[in-house]
Write a protein that binds this ligand. Structure first.
Ligand SMILES: Cc1cc2nc3c(=O)[nH]c(=O)nc-3n(C[C@H](O)[C@H](O)[C@H](O)COP(=O)(O)OP(=O)(O)OC[C@H]3O[C@@H](n4cnc5c(N)ncnc54)[C@H](O)[C@@H]3O)c2cc1C
Length: 289
């Protein structure tokens, strides 16, 4: 717990939140839903900055993109009509996997990204959707590819920055794409042992036109399986190719053994979940396996 906290702030806008964060001299910490930060209970923290009243809870369509404010909760993502209309409702379905209903009422999308966990469930579908994030720091606002942000969040490079929003561009040839999310956890409300998101577009002959595969909890940060994506493109998605892609992702990942699972088990599960994800995508495509 935060035994040494001296002040708890609740700024009404992001500029004020940033000012408080920067004047905290490394001893201030942002709190959104608090479901990660409270569990962590860092003794060096003297100031907590609750950003849930800073105007970052929104879901909008801006030109061709979907823009999601950082303090939007998992429960709001589950319910949102706008999010249901993006990528077959992929983000709503994934949000429904993030812990129990109580956790989802508090847990925010920004917290899930900023925490820097390799197992953050929302990261893999957002990588598959080529999402970017908008950050605010002393230099102003800037947009970063999500993969770059996740790498920095893990090493605490952005600890004096605010994550403002997540931007999801319209998927390429959106209507023909199919999407899947597969998660293995110890129970239905547990953190992922492995999670896989996939996006797939087949042409009328069943050949892969466009593919995205992202994996969580099998590397220091959630990652794209770029080699597997490349290997699939232009080829007919049959059982032989599925087996080949399953083996390829197992080579691309670098899981660790921990209290939840061994590295060998995680590697095996990567293959299985990737094949399932691609099968699910292809079952709904016009040309199925
Ligand atoms: C019982 C339980 C079950 C869980 N199950 C899952 C699960 O199934 N899947 C899953 O992915 N996660 C799960 N989690 C983890 C957690 O709920 C999520 O990661 C959640 O999205 C974190 O969001 P939060 O708003 O609670 O973050 P917080 O705890 O408020 O913050 C997390 C970190 O991010 C920083 N931060 C938060 N928002 C910002 C911002 N806008 N800008 C800069 N920094 C920021 C904080 O300073 C802190 O370091 C679970 C947690 C619990 C306790």
């Amino acid at each position: 717990m935060f035994d040494k906290v001296e002040a708890f702030y609740r700024p009404a806008n992001v500029r004020e939140a940033l000012r408080l964060l920067q004047s905290g001299k490394g001893q201030a910490r942002v709190v959104a839903g608090g479901t990660d930060v409270v569990v962590e209970g860092d003794d060096s923290v003297r100031f907590l900055i609750d950003i849930t009243h800073a105007g970052l809870s929104y879901i909008r369509q801006r030109r061709a993109a979907w823009v999601i404010g950082a303090t939007t909760t998992m429960a709001e993502l589950e319910e949102s009509e706008l999010i249901h209309a993006l990528a077959g409702g992929l983000l709503s379905r994934v949000a429904r996997w993030c812990g129990s209903a109580l956790v989802r009422n508090l847990a925010t999308l920004g917290g899930n990204m900023a925490n820097g966990s390799p197992a953050a469930d929302m990261a893999t579908p957002l990588l598959v959707l080529d999402a970017a994030v908008v950050m605010l720091d002393a230099r102003g606002r800037r947009k970063l590819p999500l993969a770059e942000y996740l790498a920095g969040a893990r090493t605490k490079r952005y600890s004096k920055s605010l994550l403002v929003e997540v931007v999801v561009p319209e998927p390429p040839d959106g209507k023909g794409c199919r999407w899947s999310f597969q998660k293995l956890g110890r129970t239905a409300v547990d953190i992922s042992l492995v999670n896989v998101a996939a996006g797939l577009q087949l042409d009328f002959r069943g050949r892969v036109k466009w593919a995205r595969i992202a994996l969580g909890a099998v590397a220091p940060t959630p990652m794209r399986a770029a080699g597997a994506e490349q290997r699939m493109t232009g080829r007919v998605l049959d059982q032989a190719l599925l087996a080949e892609i399953g083996a390829e992702v197992a080579r691309e990942v670098s899981p660790i053994s921990d209290a939840r699972a061994s590295a060998e088990y995680r590697r095996e599960i990567c293959s299985v979940l990737t094949r399932r994800a691609l099968e699910e995508c292809s079952a709904h495509a016009e040309c199925s396996l």
